[in-house]
Design a protein around this ligand. Structure first.
Ligand code: NDP
Length: 286
């Protein structure tokens, strides 16, 4: 069997077209969606992510503001900026690019963002709402995964889903969404004893670990749907990206698989746009 490859770029392009139309309608009513992005320090990967997010905003008609701070900025100054953005009616979404330098308490910063503008879905209130099955904002990467599954018409009801990774950003919200879709969910992490035992039972396998190619074809159930969230840069002159799944061996076993790059990555940014536009929509209805 050779798996069908789920093209995140193509699905993103389709979704972004309808988002562009919705953003234009809101702008015509005086509610152009607005996103503020805060970047602290010079982490090269963060700089690329922020640049891509701003570019994506421009392409769909979301107004964006970027605030860059030096790595040694005081947390108070950033918290002051967040407070000002919370009160700014032109801004519907606020994103603080992680990781933050060591002098910051990341939780304190994420909690400072108004839950009504928390388009990353990281605020404790929004995590709680998601856990209750009543989400306000769903964090963008797991949201993108659910959109990919839904676009393929994959029903999760009663399926065995295995999530590898339990981070607050990916693994945990992914688990909550899969439970909400009535899958039977197993969560694996660094202390899991026999990872392959679990992954081989998965009808739907989501890998969000950050270890290049650690899930190999022999760890996958024949016919499984394999979602690779990992983004790892391989060493070497060309610094190629790869996922947590060994694509070459996995695609011979799975029925559907996401590639890296071009799978979940573009969907993450698309769902950030969707959340920002949804937030502007809510503001327009007040
Ligand atoms: P974290 O480092 O926060 O979490 C990694 C998780 O993997 C942890 O729960 C850890 O377990 C678990 N883990 C580590 N080693 C093993 C192992 N040997 N077996 C099983 N589980 C293990 O990473 P993130 O969740 O933030 O990101 C995961 C990956 O997804 C990264 O490659 C990241 O770059 C990528 N990513 C991609 C995005 C996209 O847009 N496509 C967006 C966000 C992230 P424990 O909790 O026990 O330490």
């Amino acid at each position: 069997m050779t798996a069908k490859i789920l093209d995140g770029n193509a699905l993103s392009a389709k979704l972004r077209e309808s988002l562009r139309q919705r953003a234009a309608e809101l702008a015509a009513q005086g509610f152009q969606p607005g996103l503020a992005v805060i970047l602290v320090g010079e982490n090269p990967a963060s700089q690329v992510y922020v640049r891509n997010k701003i570019k994506a905003c421009e392409a769909v008609g979301v107004y964006s503001e970027k605030y860059e701070f030096a790595a040694d900025i005081s947390p108070e100054e950033v918290l002051g900026m967040i407070a000002a953005l919370n009160a700014d009616p032109a801004i519907h979404g606020i994103l603080v690019q992680l990781p933050l330098p060591p002098q910051f308490d990341e939780d304190e910063v994420l909690e400072a963002v108004s839950p009504e503008k928390d388009v990353d879905g990281f605020h404790a209130e929004n995590v709680g709402l998601l856990a209750q099955g009543n989400p306000r904002f769903i964090s963008c990467t797991p949201y993108g995964v659910m959109e990919m599954l839904s676009a393929e018409g994959i029903s999760l009801r009663g399926k065995e889903a295995v999530v590898v990774g339990r981070s607050n950003i990916v693994g945990k919200p992914m688990t909550l969404l899969l439970i909400g879709a009535s899958a039977t969910v197993t969560v694996c992490h660094s202390q899991t004893k026999d990872l392959a035992f679990h992954t081989r039972r998965a009808d739907v396998l989501v890998a969000a670990v950050g270890k290049p190619k650690m899930i190999t074809g022999d760890m996958i159930k024949p016919g499984a749907v394999v979602i690779d969230v990992g983004i790892n840069r391989l060493r070497g002159p060309d610094g190629k990206l790869c996922g947590d799944v060994d694509f070459e061996s996995a695609k011979e076993v799975a029925s559907l698989i996401t590639p890296v790059p071009g799978g979940v990555g573009p969907m993450t940014i698309t769902m950030l746009l969707a959340n920002t536009i949804e937030s502007a929509d809510r503001a327009s209805a007040k």
